[in-house]
Structure formats: structure tokens, C-alpha cells
Write a new protein. Structure first.
Length: 45
């Protein structure tokens, strides 16, 4: 098996068979306020 894709298969792929999906953020980054709050609670070294 090769690491390179088979270009014939890629060019013949039917995009119309793909389903439409909605992207959802599962793990958003914390806000600046959240980070500041956590820093206040941590004991300083």
C-alpha cells in the first residue's frame, strides 16, 4: 500500500453524496476573565 493517494479515486469522488453538517465548537477557549479568576485562586510560588 502506498502513502500517496490514488488520484483516479479522488477525481472520480462524487461530492453530491456528502451530507451537509453544522460545525459546533466543543471545547472553546477560556475568556480573559476566566483566566484572571483562576490566577487569583492559585497560590503563588
Amino acid at each position: 500500500m502506498s502513502d500517496k493517494p490514488n488520484m483516479r479515486e479522488i477525481s472520480s469522488f462524487d461530492k453530491t453524496k456528502l451530507k451537509k453538517t453544522e460545525t459546533r465548537v466543543k471545547n472553546p477557549l477560556p475568556t480573559k476573565e476566566t483566566i484572571d479568576e483562576e490566577r487569583k485562586r492559585e497560590p503563588s510560588h
